[in-house]
Write a protein that binds this ligand. Sequence first.
Ligand code: SF4
Length: 100
Amino acid sequence: MMTPAQNFSHSDYQGRIGLIMPYAKNFCASCNRLRVSAKGKLHLCLFTENGVDLRDLLQDASQRDELITRLHGQLEQKKETHFLHQGITGVTKHLASIGG
Ligand code: SF4
């Protein structure tokens, strides 16, 4: 399974520990992550300030093309990396709320 965690183990001990290190160089280089919160907001990054509302286009199947158009428009705005180094951590209080 593909995971953002880097796993460590030691031959003298059982188990392993996985660390997710978003400050590591090139952490975001292969990012293909998009998340939709339970409130219907699209998050282009775990640490974005605002989600983009999708709920109005999740009401019935006839909205599919419009939803795809909105998603494509948002994808063009996805940044190459987070801005944690600048102290911007986003509005997400708990990463679990957007499937972190
Ligand atoms: S861009 Fe955001 S979501 Fe993607 S790997 Fe970086 S921190 Fe995670």
